[in-house]
Design a protein around this ligand. Structure first.
Ligand code: FEO
Length: 396
Protein backbone atom coordinates (compact mmCIF):
# COMPACT_ATOMS: atom_id res chain seq x y z
CA UNK A 1 0.00 0.00 0.00
CA UNK A 2 1.25 3.51 -0.80
CA UNK A 3 -0.37 6.77 0.33
CA UNK A 4 0.05 10.23 -1.18
CA UNK A 5 0.78 12.93 1.46
CA UNK A 6 0.73 15.74 -1.07
CA UNK A 7 1.05 15.64 -4.85
CA UNK A 8 4.13 13.57 -5.75
CA UNK A 9 5.09 12.87 -2.14
CA UNK A 10 4.30 9.30 -1.07
CA UNK A 11 4.43 7.16 2.07
CA UNK A 12 6.06 3.92 0.92
CA UNK A 13 6.77 2.49 4.37
CA UNK A 14 5.64 -0.69 6.06
CA UNK A 15 3.35 -1.60 8.96
CA UNK A 16 4.67 -4.06 11.55
CA UNK A 17 1.46 -5.21 13.23
CA UNK A 18 3.07 -8.00 15.21
CA UNK A 19 6.02 -6.24 16.81
CA UNK A 20 5.43 -6.51 20.54
CA UNK A 21 8.97 -5.77 21.74
CA UNK A 22 11.31 -3.16 20.30
CA UNK A 23 15.03 -2.48 20.85
CA UNK A 24 15.62 -6.18 21.39
CA UNK A 25 13.21 -6.68 24.27
CA UNK A 26 13.69 -3.35 25.99
CA UNK A 27 10.50 -1.51 24.90
CA UNK A 28 6.97 -2.94 24.79
CA UNK A 29 5.04 -2.12 21.62
CA UNK A 30 1.52 -3.40 22.36
CA UNK A 31 0.15 -1.66 19.28
CA UNK A 32 2.95 -2.69 16.89
CA UNK A 33 4.74 -0.02 14.87
CA UNK A 34 5.39 1.29 11.38
CA UNK A 35 8.62 2.10 9.57
CA UNK A 36 7.86 5.21 7.54
CA UNK A 37 9.69 5.94 4.33
CA UNK A 38 8.82 8.81 2.01
CA UNK A 39 9.30 8.99 -1.75
CA UNK A 40 9.51 12.41 -3.39
CA UNK A 41 9.05 12.52 -7.15
CA UNK A 42 10.40 15.68 -8.75
CA UNK A 43 12.90 16.22 -11.59
CA UNK A 44 15.18 14.27 -9.26
CA UNK A 45 13.81 11.52 -7.07
CA UNK A 46 14.55 11.18 -3.36
CA UNK A 47 13.67 8.58 -0.75
CA UNK A 48 13.69 9.80 2.84
CA UNK A 49 14.60 6.96 5.22
CA UNK A 50 14.11 3.25 4.59
CA UNK A 51 12.66 0.55 6.86
CA UNK A 52 13.88 -2.18 9.19
CA UNK A 53 15.86 -4.81 7.24
CA UNK A 54 13.26 -7.65 7.24
CA UNK A 55 10.81 -5.27 5.52
CA UNK A 56 13.20 -4.19 2.71
CA UNK A 57 11.43 -6.22 0.04
CA UNK A 58 8.06 -4.68 0.91
CA UNK A 59 9.59 -1.19 0.73
CA UNK A 60 11.02 -1.88 -2.72
CA UNK A 61 7.71 -3.30 -3.94
CA UNK A 62 5.94 -0.16 -2.69
CA UNK A 63 8.40 2.10 -4.51
CA UNK A 64 7.86 0.08 -7.70
CA UNK A 65 4.15 0.93 -7.58
CA UNK A 66 5.13 4.56 -8.25
CA UNK A 67 8.43 4.64 -10.17
CA UNK A 68 11.21 2.47 -11.48
CA UNK A 69 13.43 2.01 -8.41
CA UNK A 70 16.53 2.64 -10.57
CA UNK A 71 15.38 6.25 -11.00
CA UNK A 72 16.09 7.13 -7.36
CA UNK A 73 18.84 9.77 -7.19
CA UNK A 74 19.06 10.38 -3.44
CA UNK A 75 18.45 8.24 -0.38
CA UNK A 76 18.31 10.36 2.76
CA UNK A 77 19.36 8.45 5.89
CA UNK A 78 18.19 10.76 8.67
CA UNK A 79 19.25 8.23 11.31
CA UNK A 80 21.58 5.24 11.44
CA UNK A 81 19.49 3.08 13.77
CA UNK A 82 18.64 -0.08 11.90
CA UNK A 83 14.85 0.30 12.04
CA UNK A 84 15.29 3.13 9.52
CA UNK A 85 18.55 2.38 7.73
CA UNK A 86 18.05 -1.42 7.60
CA UNK A 87 16.59 -1.26 4.10
CA UNK A 88 19.75 0.34 2.66
CA UNK A 89 21.71 -2.83 1.73
CA UNK A 90 18.92 -4.40 -0.38
CA UNK A 91 17.93 -1.06 -1.90
CA UNK A 92 21.49 0.06 -2.71
CA UNK A 93 22.15 -3.19 -4.56
CA UNK A 94 19.56 -1.95 -7.07
CA UNK A 95 20.84 1.65 -7.17
CA UNK A 96 24.59 1.49 -6.44
CA UNK A 97 25.20 4.95 -7.97
CA UNK A 98 22.58 6.79 -5.93
CA UNK A 99 23.78 9.29 -3.34
CA UNK A 100 23.23 8.42 0.32
CA UNK A 101 22.73 11.69 2.21
CA UNK A 102 23.81 11.60 5.85
CA UNK A 103 24.92 13.79 8.73
CA UNK A 104 28.58 13.85 9.69
CA UNK A 105 27.96 11.31 12.47
CA UNK A 106 25.84 9.21 10.12
CA UNK A 107 28.82 9.08 7.76
CA UNK A 108 30.79 7.49 10.61
CA UNK A 109 28.14 5.09 11.88
CA UNK A 110 26.23 3.83 8.82
CA UNK A 111 29.28 2.14 7.24
CA UNK A 112 29.94 0.56 10.66
CA UNK A 113 26.47 -1.00 10.54
CA UNK A 114 26.58 -2.34 6.98
CA UNK A 115 30.28 -2.42 6.02
CA UNK A 116 29.50 -0.87 2.65
CA UNK A 117 31.06 2.19 1.12
CA UNK A 118 28.20 3.79 -0.74
CA UNK A 119 28.34 7.17 -2.44
CA UNK A 120 27.86 9.28 0.70
CA UNK A 121 27.14 13.00 0.82
CA UNK A 122 27.50 14.68 4.23
CA UNK A 123 25.10 17.53 5.05
CA UNK A 124 24.60 19.81 8.02
CA UNK A 125 22.06 22.41 9.20
CA UNK A 126 21.05 24.76 6.38
CA UNK A 127 22.42 22.61 3.56
CA UNK A 128 19.98 21.88 0.79
CA UNK A 129 19.63 19.69 -2.27
CA UNK A 130 17.49 20.89 -5.17
CA UNK A 131 15.22 18.22 -6.61
CA UNK A 132 13.89 20.52 -9.35
CA UNK A 133 10.77 22.38 -8.32
CA UNK A 134 11.41 21.83 -4.62
CA UNK A 135 14.41 21.29 -2.38
CA UNK A 136 15.36 19.23 0.61
CA UNK A 137 16.74 21.24 3.53
CA UNK A 138 18.56 19.55 6.40
CA UNK A 139 18.67 20.31 10.12
CA UNK A 140 21.13 18.57 12.45
CA UNK A 141 19.27 17.04 15.41
CA UNK A 142 22.20 15.72 17.40
CA UNK A 143 21.06 13.46 20.29
CA UNK A 144 17.42 13.56 19.24
CA UNK A 145 17.96 10.83 19.85
CA UNK A 146 21.33 9.60 18.49
CA UNK A 147 24.45 11.59 17.61
CA UNK A 148 23.69 11.09 13.89
CA UNK A 149 20.01 12.13 13.93
CA UNK A 150 18.84 14.82 11.53
CA UNK A 151 15.59 16.25 10.19
CA UNK A 152 14.74 16.74 6.51
CA UNK A 153 12.35 19.46 5.31
CA UNK A 154 10.78 19.59 1.85
CA UNK A 155 10.24 23.12 0.57
CA UNK A 156 7.21 23.89 -1.56
CA UNK A 157 5.28 21.04 0.08
CA UNK A 158 6.12 22.25 3.62
CA UNK A 159 6.69 18.75 4.94
CA UNK A 160 8.98 18.14 7.91
CA UNK A 161 10.41 14.63 8.16
CA UNK A 162 12.00 14.55 11.64
CA UNK A 163 12.67 10.82 11.82
CA UNK A 164 12.11 9.48 15.37
CA UNK A 165 10.99 12.83 16.81
CA UNK A 166 7.19 13.15 17.11
CA UNK A 167 6.76 9.44 16.32
CA UNK A 168 4.82 6.68 18.04
CA UNK A 169 4.93 2.90 17.99
CA UNK A 170 1.45 2.57 16.59
CA UNK A 171 0.43 0.24 13.76
CA UNK A 172 -2.72 1.30 11.95
CA UNK A 173 -4.46 0.95 8.62
CA UNK A 174 -4.70 4.76 8.71
CA UNK A 175 -1.76 7.05 8.05
CA UNK A 176 -2.91 10.42 9.38
CA UNK A 177 -3.74 11.84 12.80
CA UNK A 178 -7.25 12.88 11.77
CA UNK A 179 -8.07 9.24 10.96
CA UNK A 180 -7.29 7.58 14.31
CA UNK A 181 -8.49 7.61 17.92
CA UNK A 182 -6.67 10.62 19.45
CA UNK A 183 -6.54 8.96 22.90
CA UNK A 184 -4.67 5.93 21.47
CA UNK A 185 -2.42 8.19 19.43
CA UNK A 186 -1.44 10.39 22.37
CA UNK A 187 -0.94 7.43 24.71
CA UNK A 188 1.61 6.02 22.25
CA UNK A 189 3.18 9.44 21.62
CA UNK A 190 3.73 10.14 25.33
CA UNK A 191 4.98 6.59 25.96
CA UNK A 192 7.50 7.10 23.15
CA UNK A 193 8.61 10.44 24.58
CA UNK A 194 8.82 9.17 28.18
CA UNK A 195 10.77 6.02 27.36
CA UNK A 196 13.08 7.30 24.62
CA UNK A 197 13.42 11.06 24.59
CA UNK A 198 13.30 12.31 28.19
CA UNK A 199 17.08 12.24 28.77
CA UNK A 200 17.33 14.78 25.94
CA UNK A 201 14.52 17.10 27.08
CA UNK A 202 16.73 20.21 27.31
CA UNK A 203 17.86 19.61 23.73
CA UNK A 204 14.23 19.16 22.64
CA UNK A 205 13.39 22.62 24.03
CA UNK A 206 16.45 24.16 22.32
CA UNK A 207 15.65 22.52 18.99
CA UNK A 208 11.99 23.57 19.06
CA UNK A 209 12.99 27.18 19.89
CA UNK A 210 15.57 27.12 17.09
CA UNK A 211 13.02 25.71 14.65
CA UNK A 212 10.30 28.22 15.58
CA UNK A 213 12.72 31.11 14.97
CA UNK A 214 13.20 29.92 11.39
CA UNK A 215 9.51 30.65 10.79
CA UNK A 216 9.23 27.85 8.28
CA UNK A 217 5.71 26.88 7.19
CA UNK A 218 4.85 23.34 8.29
CA UNK A 219 1.80 21.70 6.72
CA UNK A 220 2.72 18.13 7.62
CA UNK A 221 5.00 16.49 10.19
CA UNK A 222 5.91 13.06 8.91
CA UNK A 223 7.87 11.05 11.49
CA UNK A 224 9.54 7.71 10.91
CA UNK A 225 7.17 5.73 13.16
CA UNK A 226 3.40 5.72 13.38
CA UNK A 227 0.90 8.34 12.40
CA UNK A 228 1.61 11.41 10.25
CA UNK A 229 0.51 14.75 11.72
CA UNK A 230 -1.41 16.66 9.03
CA UNK A 231 -4.34 18.12 11.03
CA UNK A 232 -2.94 20.94 13.15
CA UNK A 233 0.57 19.42 12.88
CA UNK A 234 2.14 21.82 15.39
CA UNK A 235 0.00 20.30 18.19
CA UNK A 236 2.61 17.58 18.71
CA UNK A 237 5.41 20.17 18.79
CA UNK A 238 3.57 22.06 21.52
CA UNK A 239 3.05 18.78 23.43
CA UNK A 240 6.76 18.00 23.16
CA UNK A 241 7.54 21.42 24.58
CA UNK A 242 5.22 20.77 27.53
CA UNK A 243 6.64 17.27 28.12
CA UNK A 244 10.24 18.45 27.79
CA UNK A 245 9.58 21.22 30.31
CA UNK A 246 8.60 18.70 33.00
CA UNK A 247 4.86 19.26 33.07
CA UNK A 248 2.82 16.81 35.16
CA UNK A 249 -0.79 16.16 36.16
CA UNK A 250 -0.24 16.38 39.94
CA UNK A 251 -1.07 12.71 40.52
CA UNK A 252 0.91 10.01 42.34
CA UNK A 253 2.14 6.62 41.18
CA UNK A 254 2.78 3.83 43.70
CA UNK A 255 5.10 1.13 42.41
CA UNK A 256 6.00 -1.87 44.51
CA UNK A 257 6.49 -5.58 44.71
CA UNK A 258 5.71 -7.88 47.59
CA UNK A 259 6.71 -11.35 48.80
CA UNK A 260 4.00 -12.31 51.30
CA UNK A 261 1.67 -9.30 50.89
CA UNK A 262 3.16 -7.23 53.75
CA UNK A 263 4.51 -4.50 51.48
CA UNK A 264 1.33 -4.68 49.42
CA UNK A 265 -0.78 -4.05 52.54
CA UNK A 266 1.40 -1.01 53.20
CA UNK A 267 0.88 0.19 49.59
CA UNK A 268 -2.90 -0.08 49.93
CA UNK A 269 -2.88 1.70 53.30
CA UNK A 270 -0.70 4.52 51.91
CA UNK A 271 -3.09 4.88 48.99
CA UNK A 272 -5.94 5.31 51.50
CA UNK A 273 -4.05 8.29 52.86
CA UNK A 274 -3.69 9.76 49.37
CA UNK A 275 -7.40 9.28 48.80
CA UNK A 276 -8.21 11.10 52.06
CA UNK A 277 -6.20 14.05 50.75
CA UNK A 278 -8.05 13.94 47.42
CA UNK A 279 -4.95 13.19 45.35
CA UNK A 280 -5.38 10.95 42.31
CA UNK A 281 -3.13 7.90 42.27
CA UNK A 282 -2.35 4.71 40.35
CA UNK A 283 -0.90 1.56 41.84
CA UNK A 284 1.39 -0.90 40.04
CA UNK A 285 2.81 -4.22 41.24
CA UNK A 286 6.01 -4.57 39.21
CA UNK A 287 5.81 -8.37 39.27
CA UNK A 288 2.87 -8.22 36.86
CA UNK A 289 3.01 -4.77 35.22
CA UNK A 290 4.76 -3.70 32.02
CA UNK A 291 7.80 -1.55 32.82
CA UNK A 292 7.43 0.85 29.88
CA UNK A 293 3.76 1.44 30.62
CA UNK A 294 4.54 2.18 34.27
CA UNK A 295 7.38 4.53 33.29
CA UNK A 296 4.88 6.40 31.13
CA UNK A 297 2.56 6.77 34.12
CA UNK A 298 5.45 7.97 36.31
CA UNK A 299 6.30 10.50 33.59
CA UNK A 300 2.74 11.90 33.66
CA UNK A 301 2.61 12.04 37.49
CA UNK A 302 4.19 14.37 40.05
CA UNK A 303 4.83 11.92 42.91
CA UNK A 304 6.31 8.44 43.04
CA UNK A 305 6.05 6.16 46.06
CA UNK A 306 8.19 3.08 45.74
CA UNK A 307 8.00 -0.02 47.90
CA UNK A 308 9.92 -3.26 48.23
CA UNK A 309 10.52 -5.76 50.99
CA UNK A 310 14.12 -6.51 51.88
CA UNK A 311 15.72 -9.55 50.25
CA UNK A 312 19.31 -10.65 50.89
CA UNK A 313 20.22 -7.19 52.26
CA UNK A 314 18.80 -5.65 49.10
CA UNK A 315 15.59 -5.21 47.09
CA UNK A 316 13.32 -7.61 45.24
CA UNK A 317 14.77 -8.19 41.74
CA UNK A 318 11.43 -7.24 40.10
CA UNK A 319 11.66 -3.66 41.37
CA UNK A 320 15.24 -3.04 40.26
CA UNK A 321 14.80 -2.62 36.45
CA UNK A 322 12.41 0.31 36.75
CA UNK A 323 14.72 2.02 39.26
CA UNK A 324 17.55 1.59 36.77
CA UNK A 325 15.39 3.10 34.01
CA UNK A 326 14.43 6.06 36.19
CA UNK A 327 18.14 6.79 36.74
CA UNK A 328 18.77 6.86 33.00
CA UNK A 329 15.62 8.73 31.98
CA UNK A 330 16.04 11.57 34.52
CA UNK A 331 12.41 12.76 34.60
CA UNK A 332 12.03 16.38 35.69
CA UNK A 333 10.02 17.75 38.66
CA UNK A 334 9.28 14.46 40.44
CA UNK A 335 8.99 13.91 44.20
CA UNK A 336 9.14 10.60 46.00
CA UNK A 337 9.30 8.50 49.15
CA UNK A 338 9.90 4.83 50.00
CA UNK A 339 8.30 2.05 52.05
CA UNK A 340 8.50 -1.69 52.65
CA UNK A 341 8.59 -4.59 55.10
CA UNK A 342 11.67 -6.40 56.33
CA UNK A 343 12.73 -9.33 58.52
CA UNK A 344 16.37 -8.91 59.49
CA UNK A 345 18.47 -5.80 58.99
CA UNK A 346 16.05 -3.83 56.78
CA UNK A 347 18.22 -1.88 54.32
CA UNK A 348 15.41 -1.79 51.74
CA UNK A 349 13.94 1.65 52.42
CA UNK A 350 17.36 3.30 52.56
CA UNK A 351 18.29 1.61 49.28
CA UNK A 352 15.06 2.74 47.64
CA UNK A 353 15.70 6.32 48.76
CA UNK A 354 19.22 6.19 47.37
CA UNK A 355 17.81 5.01 44.05
CA UNK A 356 15.26 7.83 44.00
CA UNK A 357 17.99 10.37 44.65
CA UNK A 358 20.15 8.92 41.87
CA UNK A 359 17.17 9.36 39.55
CA UNK A 360 16.97 13.05 40.62
CA UNK A 361 13.62 12.40 42.33
CA UNK A 362 13.48 14.57 45.45
CA UNK A 363 12.71 12.50 48.56
CA UNK A 364 9.96 14.49 50.29
CA UNK A 365 9.75 12.58 53.56
CA UNK A 366 11.56 9.86 55.48
CA UNK A 367 10.58 6.37 54.38
CA UNK A 368 8.48 3.97 56.42
CA UNK A 369 9.25 0.31 57.16
CA UNK A 370 7.80 -2.41 59.41
CA UNK A 371 9.07 -5.77 60.50
CA UNK A 372 7.39 -8.93 59.11
CA UNK A 373 3.67 -8.31 58.64
CA UNK A 374 2.39 -4.81 59.54
CA UNK A 375 -0.09 -4.63 62.44
CA UNK A 376 -3.37 -2.69 62.35
CA UNK A 377 -1.64 0.21 64.16
CA UNK A 378 1.26 0.13 61.73
CA UNK A 379 -1.11 0.23 58.78
CA UNK A 380 -2.72 3.28 60.38
CA UNK A 381 0.75 4.84 60.31
CA UNK A 382 0.92 4.03 56.58
CA UNK A 383 -2.35 5.92 56.07
CA UNK A 384 -0.78 8.88 57.93
CA UNK A 385 2.34 8.48 55.76
CA UNK A 386 0.17 8.81 52.63
CA UNK A 387 -1.62 11.88 54.04
CA UNK A 388 1.72 13.50 54.91
CA UNK A 389 3.20 12.80 51.51
CA UNK A 390 0.16 14.16 49.67
CA UNK A 391 0.23 17.37 51.73
CA UNK A 392 3.92 17.93 51.09
CA UNK A 393 3.50 17.18 47.39
CA UNK A 394 0.78 19.80 47.05
CA UNK A 395 3.20 22.41 48.42
CA UNK A 396 6.12 21.29 46.21
FE1 FEO B 1 16.14 5.58 16.76
FE2 FEO B 1 13.26 4.50 15.30
O1 FEO B 1 15.08 4.50 15.70
Amino acid sequence: MVVELKKDVFWVGTVDWNLKKFHGHEYSTHRGTTYNSYLIVDEKIALVDTVWGPFSHELIENIKKIIDVKKIDYVIANHAETDHSGGLPELMELIPDATVVVSEKGRESIPKHYHEDWNFKVVTTGDSISLGKNSLVFVKATMLHWPDSMFTYLTGKNILMPNDAFGQHYASSARFNDEVDPAELYQEAIKYYANILTPFSDLVIKKIDEFKKLNIPVDIIAPSHGIIWRKDPMQIVEKYYEWASGGNDGSIVIIYDTMWKGTEKMAFAISEGLEKEGVRFKLFNMAVCDRNDVLTEVFKAKGILVGSPALNNGLLPTIKPILEDLKGLRFKNKFGAAFGTYGWSGENVKLLEENLEKAKIKVLQEGIKFKWQPTKEELEKCVEFGIGFAKKLKKS
